[in-house]
Design a protein around this ligand. Structure first.
Ligand code: GLP
Length: 255
């Protein structure tokens, strides 16, 4: 696993956006795996800037998001579809119908999960998968105890995740406790994976993902089995790593 530590979140965000620009320059018809959450907001703002400056185009690309809440109406501002429309899709040039998320409004969510997995198989593999990290080590909504062999399915959220994401909902508003999420095996099928984590609140999860034993207790540790996984961190998120000097030495020597 490649570990890249930046001074702050802004520098890390610019680095991740540059990876995306390089990917699309090298392969305009890339299949992109996208993520939501607070960590990604800066990345999408940066991608929009690059697009507006004529430095990248999504015109031949396709995207698959990791996950979507179950139980929110389609027009709810906290659906991940809404998040993606507002923070990226409506500002750039993806072709019509080329941006996919699991269907969280389906009357048959199990079938929606199977359909999503089949759609990824049809257009995939995903070339570059962007990932955030939950403070409990989740990737997508693969909460601790998720099967490392899992595929897209319904997942019940932990109390910790519901609480962490409560900041996006109104006070006292009903909040979903289930989601459709790509599985860990689905994520591991991507050709390359880019994980982004900022802040001291992610330090323990980062240390587990990079240096801990592979375990369903910390789902992100499954990325240790991926051949092309890169973690982009700020100083605070890197603060519990015991081999930090080594990662920085590699970073300085291998670029
Ligand atoms: C959310 C999402 C994840 C995200 C993670 C971290 O619940 N399902 O895909 O990466 O938790 O979110 P944040 O970036 O807001 O810390």
């Amino acid at each position: 696993m490649r570990v890249i530590i930046h001074r702050d979140a802004e520098a890390a965000t610019r680095a991740v956006s540059a990876f995306f620009a390089e990917q699309l320059a090298a392969k305009p018809a890339s299949v992109l795996g996208l993520a939501t959450g607070g960590t990604m907001e800066g990345v999408y703002a940066e991608l929009i800037e690059l697009y507006r400056a004529g430095k990248m185009s999504f015109a031949k690309a396709r995207s698959f998001n990791l996950d979507e809440y179950l139980g929110l109406p389609a027009d709810h501002p906290q659906t991940y579809r809404h998040y993606m429309d507002e923070r990226l899709f409506r500002h750039v040039d993806f072709p019509p119908n080329a941006t996919h998320l699991p269907d969280g409004t389906s009357a048959d969510p199990e079938k929606a999960a199977e359909d999503y997995e089949a759609l990824i198989a049809r257009y995939g593999p995903i070339d570059l998968q962007l990932l955030g990290l939950g403070a409990n080590g989740h990737i997508g909504f693969n909460e601790p105890s998720s099967s490392l062999g899992s595929r897209t399915r319904i997942k019940t959220l932990t109390h910790a995740t519901i609480e962490a994401n409560g900041r996006f909902f109104e006070d006292g508003e009903w909040q979903p406790h289930q989601a459709l999420t790509m599985g860990i095996a689905t994520i591991l099928d991507a050709r390359s994976v880019l994980v982004l984590a900022f802040g001291a609140g992610k330090a323990e999860a980062v240390a587990q993902v990079v240096e801990g034993p592979i375990s369903a207790r910390w789902p992100g540790t499954a990325l240790q089995m991926h051949r092309h996984a890169t973690l982009v961190l700020d100083e605070a998120a890197a603060s519990d790593l015991t081999m930090r000097d080594y990662y920085q030495w590699v970073q300085a020597n291998d670029g």
